[in-house]
Design a protein. Structure first.
Length: 200
């Protein structure tokens, strides 16, 4: 295992421990605070189609944001994992209400029998993470699905992360894709103004 992968694994374990320590009430309060920051991001106003995520397990819950945008007529897309692919792969499908969501083999809710949403239709993407660095790189579960998806896009990318899981720098590899904006309970961090350093 390379030194970068060891660093990522250590951070992944650290972030998991931090997140698992929150009880349900605190997790809900933190999610509300993050949603309140998300709705203030000016680049999201007027975007016709947004790729979001549906929270799984103890991920930051942004369903209130999804419902608000959905009611306002914004097209919301959610990722669908392609389990038939030999490489990490996801595509976007249209969100058409909770009744159209069904769990995949990992238990993550996904749209079923709704239209495919193509990359060219997306105006912004909101992604989850266990933690992230101010250099814009995320620590996820290690599967590489979001990196593969983000590599195909040239739109605003926003990552939600708990304040305690935002560090100065996250190690990254050549295939890792950074995000543009990091949103915590306390701050909105715009990565473009910060230098990114390639791993050695």
């Amino acid at each position: 295992m390379s030194s970068v992968r060891r660093e990522k694994l250590a951070l992944r374990n650290r972030f998991r421990q931090i997140r698992s320590a929150f009880d349900e009430a605190e997790r809900a309060a933190r999610s509300r605070a993050i949603v309140s920051k998300l709705v203030e991001i000016p680049e999201l106003r007027g975007v016709p189609t947004i790729l979001s995520y549906w929270p799984f397990a103890d991920e930051i819950d942004i369903r209130a944001l999804i419902e608000q945008f959905y009611r306002q007529g914004v097209r919301i897309a959610l990722p669908v994992v392609d389990f038939s692919s030999t490489r990490p792969a996801m595509h976007a499908a249209l969100y058409d209400g909770d009744d159209a969501l069904h769990p995949n083999r990992w238990g993550i809710l996904e749209p079923v029998d709704t239209p495919h949403v193509y990359s060219s239709e997306l105006g912004a993407v909101i992604v989850p993470a266990l933690g992230a660095g101010q250099n814009g790189h995320r620590i996820g579960y290690g599967g590489g699905h979001y990196d593969a998806l983000l590599a195909e896009l040239e739109v605003l990318t926003i990552c939600t992360v708990h304040a305690e899981c935002l560090v100065e720098h996250c190690p990254f590899e050549a295939h890792d894709v950074s995000v543009d904006v990091l949103v915590t309970e306390r701050d909105v961090v715009r990565v473009g103004s910060l230098p990114a350093t390639q791993p050695q």
